[in-house]
Design a protein around this ligand. Structure first.
Ligand code: FAD
Length: 426
């Protein structure tokens, strides 16, 4: 999927901008409903940006947003510590400060509760859609349906987990409190770290899998349904007149030529880069990149890697087995659009993995990656919501784009088909 096949006819009912998990899911559901669709991306294939090497968790029942009543204090404590789970680097960037102030507002208890409920609704729908797609299209993406286990290293943190267990139960999501013995039954590979674990929460219905593989496979299904993909084409401008988008200007990154594509409807699904292209139209979603890291460790021939997807709450690190690889992901850096790898933060992920699972795999062959989570203050995406009559947004899925992406694609496609694509869908 790395070549750019010639696309003869590019007229379409819908032009989707961005071929990440969100854009491809949207294209899939539009095509299923009979729409002709073109998807544009600046990279040479699908899911090569933020959807490429994420934590792999479809964490519906652990879907609470970062913006919670106790988050500001935690963030203050972590501030400026080079190896903390969240790193804030202040910049002379009004977007960054607007995001931060809005995020503080979302930390209020009532907002936190409402956001959790809304995320849970979207994430639950999305998990059902992932299961349907898996069955209908026979997709293979190193998935597991063994649940997700969070473990805590301090009694205080474990005790603090109870209110969320109760809140999730109110919303119909079963999150069990589990003691150390039960944790080791669920994931025996944690035995070496048992003395440091005081308890955990387990959500049996949650899943995991490789978002990149899923998106690549779904792209093939889309192509079979007639969706056309135009890679290596960068969106440089959205043209608009009288409250409508009239075309999208593209730069061919292979030969530096320009072209304009026109469609009946346009979907913005460019993750962290949606904002910049929308601003000239007066559309200003509050999406800011939160850089995250992942390390992928080959585990074939080793027997110490976990099988169940895990989260180490103290360090906010996720462990997910993807076939013969262990994906370890975490950390958030609010520091602009750079994807540079900070060795301290990357090594911290690898070192923690070595401590907890010393015989997990071949650490010397680990590969590092960073991605920019398209984060909104509430952690809810912009879905629909556009002042232009033939433009819809599907961007800002933050920490949960794999969990919420297919559901978002479904909801937006249904709204476009129903002729009501601009309302706030969630
Ligand atoms: C370290 C890390 C761990 C994560 N773990 C999880 C997890 O366990 N579970 C979970 O649910 N989520 C997780 N996420 C979040 C998830 O990966 C993202 O929310 C999701 O990938 C966003 O998908 P997207 O399609 O919106 O964006 P992207 O995948 O970034 O897709 C946007 C596309 O737009 C294209 N594009 C951008 N600009 C232009 C332009 N000018 N012209 C043309 N194309 C353009 C890009 O090339 C890209 O392909 C994690 C993220 C990170 C970074």
């Amino acid at each position: 999927m790395t070549t750019n096949r010639p696309v003869a006819d590019l007229s379409a009912d819908v032009l989707v901008l961005g071929a990440g998990i969100v854009g491809v899911s949207t294209a899939y559901y539009l095509a299923k409903r009979g729409k002709s669709v073109v998807v544009v991306d600046q990279l040479p294939g699908p899911a090569l940006d933020t959807s490429f090497a994420n934590g792999g968790q479809i964490s519906v029942c652990h879907a609470e947003p970062w913006a919670s009543p106790d988050a500001p204090l935690k963030v203050l404590k972590w501030l400026m510590h080079e190896d903390s789970p969240l790193l804030f680097r202040p910049r002379l960037d009004p977007m960054q400060w607007w995001w931060l102030v809005s995020w503080l507002a979302e930390c209020r208890p009532a907002r936190f509760k409402q956001n959790t409920l809304d995320i849970l609704k979207l994430a639950t729908l999305s998990r059902t859609k992932i299961q349907e797609i898996r069955a209908d299209e026979s997709l293979v993406y190193d998935h597991k349906t063994l649940g997700i286990l969070h473990f805590f290293r301090s009694q205080k943190a474990f005790d603090g987990a109870l209110p969320m267990v109760e809140l999730m139960a109110q919303f119909g999501c079963e999150r069990q409190l589990v003691d150390r013995q039960r944790i080791l039954e669920i994931e025996p590979a944690l035995a070496g770290a048992a003395s440091e674990i005081v308890g955990g929460t387990y959500t049996a219905e949650d899943e995991s899998g490789d978002a990149h593989q899923f998106t690549v496979e779904l792209t093939k299904v889309c192509e079979r349904m007639g969706v056309r993909f135009l890679y290596n084409h960068q969106v440089v401008k959205l043209d608009a007149e009288m409250g409508r988008v009239t075309g999208v200007d593209l730069r061919n990154l292979t030969d530096a030529s320009y072209r304009t594509l026109k469609a009946g409807h346009y979907v913005m699904a460019m993750g962290s880069f949606s904002q910049a292209l929308l601003a000239p139209l007066g559309v200003r979603p509050n999406i800011y990149p939160a850089k995250g890291y992942s390390v992928t460790i080959p585990i074939a021939g080793h027997n110490g890697a976990p099988t169940v997807s895990l989260t180490d709450d103290a360090y906010k690190i996720v462990y997910t087995r993807l076939g013969d690889r262990l994906r370890v992901a975490g950390t958030a850096e609010l520091s602009g659009y750079s994807r540079d790898i900070n060795r301290v933060r990357a090594e911290a992920l690898l070192n923690r993995t070595r401590e907890v699972f010393p015989s997990a795999g071949n650490f010397a062959e680990a590969t590092f990656w960073t991605g920019l989570r398209p984060t909104t203050p509430s952690n809810l995406p912009y879905l629909g919501r556009s002042p232009l009559t033939n433009l819809s947004l599907n961007a800002g899925h933050g920490t949960l784009g794999w969990t919420m992406g297919p559901g978002s694609g479904y909801l937006l496609a249904e709204a476009i088909v129903a002729g009501d694509p601009r309302t706030t869908l969630i």
